[in-house]
Design a protein around this ligand. Structure first.
Ligand SMILES: Nc1ncnc2c1ncn2[C@@H]1O[C@H](COP(=O)(O)OP(=O)(O)OP(=O)(O)O)[C@@H](O)[C@H]1O
Ligand SMILES: [Mg+2]
Length: 302
């Protein structure tokens, strides 16, 4: 099944680009299923070209140029990374990246690509005024990355109404590092379901960024991305009822007057079994990741 998964952060650099590549690498592939492409749609400029020393002639800019002339398809603009991940890389420079994102959103090319391909889009910082806000507005699933420290979580608290478009958009939180609190408490206080916990794994992150590491078997971070990606893919597939259309940007991201900040009647279910909430236990049969497996890393589960 194809779809558009947007990955971003409210502030900071918690590993959005790494996660877009990691999720694309770990996305479950079924025979005859849609291919997966990571699209670096970060208006502040890309990293993948630099990480892998790729030619900048193929990527977001070439795709935008063709989309401008009416050819929306992304084939010809995708590069395959050494590990096998397919990526549409953004230019390093912000002005060029923002311009390309504006063309691709204005023409609807990214959304159109997601009709046949699973697009995992790195949207960078999720702000109403971001050039990538229209990607968020039309995505099927928004993944917000945050480190589970009070100052980062506090920035997400109060944003859940705009992140979920007042309950019309599916949005999950993905934590980078082990939280000091149970996941159901994190989900409850932030108001978003927690899709998983990624380990602090500088070596694994370095491998995803093309840095030599000498590791052959998938490390903790790669395993966690595989498990989280499986859960997200199921969440996409389970969306039997299409969401109602979103209002135009920037209204889609604005906090509607009179909303309380709660997700408009949606439950903030903890999607990682092993957490203590009943909602978490009901997810057990649906393939969500055992939190003990995702959490591992160097430290043991508390
Ligand atoms: N799980 C992780 N454990 C340890 N280091 C990580 C992890 N994820 C990412 N990193 C490292 O953190 C740094 C930032 O990662 P990345 O570039 O993916 O973040 P970003 O949120 O996209 O940042 P930017 O704001 O620059 O776009 C990189 O050096 C990356 O290797
Ligand atoms: Mg980035």
């Amino acid at each position: 099944m194809s779809g558009l998964v947007a990955v971003g952060a409210v502030k900071g650099s918690p590993g959005v680009t790494t996660t877009a590549l990691g999720l694309a690498a770990g996305w479950p592939m079924r025979p005859g299923g849609a291919p997966v492409v990571a699209v670096e749609a970060d208006p502040s400029g890309g990293d993948v070209l630099g990480w892998y020393e790729l030619p900048g002639s193929i990527g977001l800019v070439s795709w935008a140029a063709q989309a401008r002339s009416g050819q929306l398809g992304l084939s010809g603009h995708v590069q395959r990374l050494p590990g096998g991940v397919e990526v549409v890389a953004a230019p390093v420079e912000a002005t060029a990246a923002r311009g390309a994102v504006e063309v691709l959103t204005g023409t609807g090319a990214i959304r159109a690509a997601a009709d046949t391909v699973t697009v995992v889009a790195d949207v960078g910082r999720v702000d109403p005024w971001s050039a990538a806000a229209p990607v968020v507005a039309v995505c099927d699933l928004l993944v917000i990355l945050a480190r589970p420290v009070p100052v980062e979580l506090a920035r997400v608290v109060g944003r859940e109404a705009d992140l979920t478009a007042a309950g019309r958009r599916e949005c999950v939180l993905l934590l980078v590092g082990e939280p000091a609190w149970p996941l159901d408490r994190v989900a409850e206080s932030v108001g978003l379901p927690v899709a998983g916990v990624l380990p602090e794994d500088p070596r694994g992150a370095g491998l995803i960024a093309g840095r030599p590491g000498g590791r052959r078997a998938p490390g903790p971070l790669a395993r966690a991305y595989g498990l989280v990606a499986r859960g997200l893919a199921e969440q996409l597939a389970d969306r039997r009822v299409p969401l109602p259309p979103l209002p135009a940007v920037p209204d889609a991201l604005a906090l509607p007057r009179g909303t309380t900040g709660a997700s408009a009647g949606r439950t903030a279910a903890v999607l990682v079994p092993g957490a203590s909430s009943p909602e978490a236990q009901t997810q057990e049969g649906s393939g969500w990741v055992p939190s003990t497996t995702v959490r591992h890393g160097r430290g043991e589960r508390r």
